[in-house]
Design a protein around this ligand. Structure first.
Ligand code: ATP
Length: 904
């Protein structure tokens, strides 16, 4: 069977290329490792030999392709055609300037897009994959790049596999290999070797890098890392580089096409009118049409939008929200409902046992010593039952127990299990001794569908094996037929236990039922539904206090017109109690997933709208809830951490996964990952999303009047039979240099006071609201009137055309400068201290542009290129006096609009 396998000798390790044909033991031997993993001393030499476990970078979009794509824009192509024809007509200077601007525009776009791509890549790097391994016989979580051949990797639902692995144990393990094989049904796994000819999809004993565990658990030894993995070999095929595009950018591209049609039409009409009515020459009119095209196109807009988005992504990362998909930045600003998990997101996930319910009644647990207080009967808790409970929580647990260098016992792992171990330790249980006396022989991992965990252990008293179970009371108590008492077992009054459980939950305690069963003949854990006839030991109540910052964030969300819904796997009464502390669903009892499951879509939709606390919700119901809310027109942000949450995360408008606590599967499905798992970060992200969107709208609202004004200037001039007040080259200067520089400062605009005091933006609302559109037109008309008036006055005074044009351009730029102030806020006034000084970048941009205009006007080479002439102080003063009132016009319009909306 192994005849055609090639074997290599590396670091004393035998290497194969057909690991799937070997027995598990053969693989372990070949890689000089064992089921307890490698020793620390073995790691460094292997890392040295095989290198870090990193995939070769997925082929980046080549620089040349990115540069070429800058010209893949109808408006830019229109400019190129205009430049060529202008050159053919012998107007080389104009043609040269247009060509130069097209090139400069392309290079700026290229550089900015490159930066945006880099920023995104760097941010994605924050999500470095992790792996859980056994090393030195201890469970550890390490950076996946540190995996070496021979490492024993532990696989759990939701983990993403980072290296090629030969499985050595499996329990119901199923792996989604679609990334590798395209097969969407998860492949179930086993440890038996397969034939050498088996294709990747049929190698049941292997788990490959890049795939995801969907069910069950297992362990396996790393056989290949980095580029030697099957994924490494096909990496070239997966060019998964996301391009920097979003719905907004696509909308803008569509707008560009429409603009191009309108501009061409207007150009043709104007040129025809000039030829037919005023007898201008065809060449003259062609140049005028070119000028019009150049004037009307907002060349700098795509660059500004991309930069604003990229800056936003970086700001979000600083606030601990890592954006995985760029469009999410825009969607965030429109979120109207946030559906959040409870544990760890709204609560601290700092757990501690606070109460224990045993057969004799409820015992409070001292929050310092963790000692049990007497129950109602004033009698101490029965020691034998407390001991049984403590032993069960130590054994039925994945938390790790180890000794530190000083020999002290340390525990780590899931916060709830850690809390239980602390509790057991306080009851004088020797954690390590107990674990080694009763090794786990089999286990059923916790799963949010069956809601309990079970482990089977060997015993040293000759009774065979014992099964330990812990889980949600509703899941465990019905599987019990008796209760553990001081003198053996007693009959179980299920209803009474449920009643007392509810009373504990009403204090906001998270509940766990603990049970056991002696099983002389062992238990089949493959089918959770067959676990039955257990002996209930007791219930443990654990506190997990709400996060202070989450309470404040929920309040802010409500003020911002968003609704916050808690969707949790916890008990309904516990969830409602915590909800009340957080200000979610005041006085609501909370509706259970079970009740929702039974409803048809219509009833569920009503419940989704009315309720805020959803408890014991299964991933399937979570998905239905998102769909129901979306069908009501809501924009839903949904958090999730488990592998089963992936469909709901994908379906929601903004899927939010946890950077710490969640699974890789959830992170892959999400748009945003919270580096700190904190609800307050979602609120911060929405806030940031709204600011980014506002700033984009502000930039557009600032840029468009200049384009409209220049186009109008030309139309009016041609129709009236005048000289063009501004040449194509000058127009490009205004569009590319002044407008873009000024507009860019708006990308840094700080949030307006009311960002989180207004309702979410409707996703169907137009990018530029009608009120703003009207303002754009008014401002454009004022710009035209002022500029034309000064231009005409200069000519009437007998000044040369070039000087009149220079004044016209400077007047336009001054209009832009003043209007920039007003554009800082869409609705509120800026004639106050914060309005004028709130954004230092605005002043910086103005300083740059003033300097640029002086160069444009007085520097001889610029005078040649742009046909400008020096202006006297009187001309400047006149330009300032004519343009400054634009602030009053724009602010007056805002004021009127505010009054109108107040009156409504
Ligand atoms: P959220 O979805 O808000 O994070 P959650 O973490 O409480 O809520 P689940 O993890 O689905 O939701 O847990 C549901 C219930 O299952 C818990 O209330 C607890 O009773 C039980 N449970 C949770 N984790 C374990 C575990 N590791 N072992 C046994 N039972 C568990």
């Amino acid at each position: 069977m192994q005849a055609h396998q090639s074997q290599r000798q590396d670091a004393g390790i035998r290497r194969h290329e057909a690991w799937h044909t070997l027995d598990a033991e053969e693989v372990l031997e070949a890689l000089q490792t064992g089921r307890g993993g490698l020793d620390q001393a073995q790691i460094a030499p292997r890392l040295e030999r095989f290198g870090e476990n990193r995939q070769r970078r997925v082929a980046q979009r080549s620089g040349l392709r990115r540069l070429i794509s800058q010209f893949d824009n109808l408006l830019i192509q229109l400019l190129i055609v205009a430049a060529v024809i202008t050159a053919v007509l012998g107007h080389f200077l104009d043609a040269g300037v247009i060509a130069a601007v097209v090139l400069i525009n392309g290079v700026i776009g290229f550089i900015q897009e490159g930066r945006a791509e880099q920023a995104l890549a760097a941010i994605r790097g924050l999500l470095a994959p992790q792996a859980t391994v056994r090393r030195d016989n201890r469970r550890q979580t390490i950076d996946a790049s540190q995996l070496v051949p021979g490492d024993m990797v532990i696989l759990e639902p939701g983990s993403k596999i980072s290296a090629d692995i030969r499985l050595v144990t499996t329990r119901g393990l199923a792996i989604d290999e679609s990334a590798l094989t395209g097969e969407s049904v998860p492949a179930s796994k086993s440890v038996e070797p397969v034939s050498a000819e088996a294709s990747i999809g049929d190698r049941r004993c292997m788990a490959y890098a890049g795939t995801l565990v969907t069910r069950g658990e297992g362990a396996g030894v790393v056989v290949e890392t980095a580029d030697a993995t099957a994924l490494g070999e096909v990496t070239a095929m997966l060019s998964s580089v996301e391009s920097v595009t979003t719905p907004l950018l696509r909308d803008l591209a569509r707008l560009g096409k429409r603009l191009a049609a309108i501009i061409l039409g207007a150009g043709a009409f104007t040129a025809l009118a000039g030829i037919l009515v005023h007898g201008f020459s065809v060449v003259e009119m062609f140049l005028a049409a070119v000028a019009l095209i150049v004037a009307a196109i907002p060349e700098g807009l795509p660059a500004i939008v991309t930069i604003t988005l990229a800056l936003g992504v970086q700001r979000l990362a600083r606030r601990k929200a890592i954006v995985r998909r760029l469009p999410a930045v825009e969607t965030l600003g429109a979120v109207s409902v946030i559906c959040s998990d409870k544990t760890g997101t709204l609560t601290l996930n700092e757990m501690a046992v606070r109460a224990v319910l045993l057969g004799d009644g409820l015992h409070r647990v001292d929050d310092k010593t963790l000692a049990l207080e007497a129950a109602r009967a004033q009698e101490p808790a029965p020691a034998s039952v407390v001991d049984a409970l403590s032993r069960a929580v130590v054994l039925c647990s994945d938390a790790d127990v180890h000794a530190n260098s000083e020999g002290q016992v340390r525990v780590s792992g899931d916060p709830m299990e850690v809390a239980l171990l602390h509790f057991a330790k306080a009851q004088d249980v020797e954690l390590r001794a107990l674990r080694s006396a009763h090794p786990r022989v089999d286990g059923l991992p916790f799963d949010s569908t069956h809601r309990f965990m079970a482990t089977l252990h060997g015993t040293d008293d000759g009774e065979g094996q014992v099964l330990m179970v812990k889980g949600a009371p509703e899941a465990v108590v019905p599987r019990c037929k008796q209760v553990l008492g001081v003198d053996g077992t007693e009959p179980l009054d299920e209803a009474a236990w449920h009643r007392q459980a509810e009373a504990m939950a009403a204090d906001g305690l998270r509940l766990l039922a603990i049970a056991r069963q002696t099983a002389p003949g062992g238990v089949d854990l493959d089918d959770p539904s067959r676990i039955d006839g257990l002996t209930l030991i007791g219930l443990v109540g654990i506190i997990d206090p709400p996060r202070e910052e989450a309470i404040a964030a929920v309040k802010t969300c409500h003020e911002a017109g968003m609704r916050v819904k808690m969707i949790t796997g916890d008990h309904a009464v516990t969830a409602a109690a915590i909800g009340r502390q957080l200000g979610i669903g005041d006085d609501e009892r909370g509706i259970t997933g079970e009740a929702l499951e039974a409803m048809d879509d219509e009833a569920l939709s009503r419940c989704a709208a009315q309720h805020s606390v959803f408890a014991r919700v299964s991933p399937r119901v979570k998905l239905r809830l998102v769909q129901a809310l979306q069908s009501q027109g809501e924009v839903v942000a949904m958090t999730g951490d488990g592998v089963n949450d992936a469909p709901a995360l994908k379906r929601s408008d903004v899927g939010v996964a946890m950077g710490h606590g969640g699974t890789d599967a959830a992170r892959e499905a999400a748009e945003i990952v919270l580096a700190d798992d904190n609800f307050a970060t979602i609120e911060a992200a929405v806030h940031e999303g709204r600011v980014i969107y506002d700033n984009i709208v502000k930039s557009i609202a600032f840029l468009l009047p200049t384009n409209a004004a220049q186009a109008l200037l030309l139309v009016v001039a041609v129709l009236a039979g005048w000289m063009l007040p501004i040449t194509p080259a000058q127009i490009l200067w205004v569009n590319m240099i002044t407008a873009v520089t000024l507009a860019l400062s708006l990308a840094f605009e700080p949030p307006e006071d009311d960002v989180m005091a207004r309702a979410p933006r409707s996703p169907s609302a137009p990018l530029i609201p009608r009120v703003i559109l009207v303002r754009i037109l008014i401002v454009a008309v004022c710009m035209v009137a002022g500029t034309l008036a000064l231009f005409a006055r200069e000519l009437a005074d007998g000044r040369p055309l070039a000087e009149a044009r220079t004044l016209a351009v400077n007047t336009l730029v001054l209009f832009e400068i003043w209007f920039l102030f007003s554009s800082r806020r869409l609705h509120t006034g800026i004639l106050n201290t914060s309005g004028l000084t709130g954004n230092a970048r605005v002043w910086l941009a103005i300083a740059i542009i003033v300097a640029a205009q002086l160069v444009f006007t007085y520097l001889p080479p610029m005078q040649v290129i742009f046909e400008t002439q020096p202006l006297g102080p009187g001309a400047w003063l006149l330009a300032i006096v004519v343009s400054l009132p634009i602030i009053l016009v724009a602010e007056g319009h805002k004021w009127l609009m505010r009054r109108r909306s107040q009156a409504r």
